[in-house]
Design a protein around this ligand. Structure first.
Ligand code: GH3
Ligand code: MG
Ligand code: MG
Ligand code: MG
Length: 313
């Protein structure tokens, strides 16, 4: 029976993945051990233009959360195996209230159970049987809030993290890695002679070069790497679990990926541009994240002094 259940859900998911190619749709993970509950939610949410992913257990849900960039999790509390409370706590170890909202959904209306949900990291709580309108209104608010917060962390020209968010993430990673005794590296990248590109071809071409730089970097980076715009034509990378020599390899790969291929700026016009990078590693002895940024900055300066289009440590 449970195999059939799973099969049904897999098909449901496959169908919705096929139909809902629209990337703009908010993605919701529905976690419930009862197929019928999932079915009801999937139907309602799909009608309201959400992209739905489903899981029948907490264990399965946690896997999906790491694989898919979700906007909301709707979480049943009473499930065999991990309870919704446990799942929510696990989610909060990795994602904050503003990164991934969780809406708990359960038949238990006891005050202590509701409070427990919030203590475990839920953003909102709704008791079954729920009013469809109310559920939809709560979902909408949670997703709107998440998007608003996301906007404030993103650079509008390139779509990658802005400096503020990069600083927050660097701080987070620094603290986490120091506790766990792990290593990570920082790369600072700066476009060479960018002022000349602007002066010669105009600001719009300059912007286009910046956007091209971002996509060339993305071609090289892994999904766990953190990439942001530090300022004007300066970018920074946080490479988790990456020691200095490997970070240099990544920076070198990016440098080559940029310098080897021209950028098309008009129908029949292509230009080449280059970047310089400075790399530094955060090790056990590092006292603060600022210290690593300063080291990377110094290395970048060295790369510029040494003739540009190069990587230094
Ligand atoms: P270097 O090789 O030493 O890095 O020289 P550079 O010309 O790249 O550096 P400089 O700091 O002298 O000039 C950077 C220029 O980048 C100046 C600024 O007007 C331009 N800039 C900053 N942000 C943007 C942007 O968003 N778009 C465009 N088109 N230009 C920008
Ligand atoms: Mg249940
Ligand atoms: Mg520059
Ligand atoms: Mg600069």
């Amino acid at each position: 029976k449970s195999v059939l259940k799973r099969q049904f859900l897999l098909e449901q998911t496959a169908v919705s993945l096929e139909k809902q190619e629209d990337k703009d749709k908010a993605k919701i993970l529905v976690v419930d051990d009862e197929t019928i509950n999932i079915q009801v939610l999937v139907n309602q949410l799909t009608l309201n233009n959400y992209y739905i992913v489903t899981a029948l257990s907490g264990e399965e849900a946690l896997k999906l959360i790491d694989e898919i960039d979700l906007d909301l999790v709707i979480l049943d509390v009473m499930m065999p195996g991990m309870s919704g409370y446990q799942v929510c706590e696990k989610i909060r170890e990795k994602y904050s209230l503003i990164e991934l909202p969780v809406l708990m959904l359960t038949a238990n209306s006891q005050l202590s159970k509701i409070c427990m949900g919030f203590e475990c990291g839920a953003n909102d709580y709704i008791v079954k049987p729920f009013e469809k309108q109310e559920l939809l209104a709560r979902i909408k608010t949670l997703i709107t809030m998440k998007n608003a917060i996301k906007q404030s962390a993103i650079d509008p020209l390139t779509g990658i993290f802005n400096r503020r968010r990069m600083s927050e993430l660097a701080e987070l990673i620094f603290n986490q890695y120091r506790e766990e005794n792990k290593v990570f590296s920082i790369v600072m990248l700066d476009i060479d002679n960018f002022k000349k590109i602007n002066d010669k071809y105009g600001h719009a071409v300059g912007d286009h070069v910046i956007i091209e730089l971002v996509s060339r970097c993305k071609e090289v980076l892994r999904s766990t790497d953190i990439f942001g715009r530090y300022g004007g034509e300066e970018f920074s990378l946080i490479l988790p679990n990456t020691a200095l020599h490997n970070a240099v390899k990544v920076a070198e790969k990016i440098r080559v990926n940029i310098s080897k291929k021209p950028v098309k700026i008009e129908e029949n016009k292509e230009i080449y541009f280059t970047i310089s990078s400075g790399v530094a590693q955060a090790a056990k002895t590092t006292e603060s994240i600022e210290e690593i940024y300063m080291m990377a900055d110094k290395a970048l300066y060295k790369a510029k002094e040494g003739g540009k289009n190069r990587v230094e440590i």
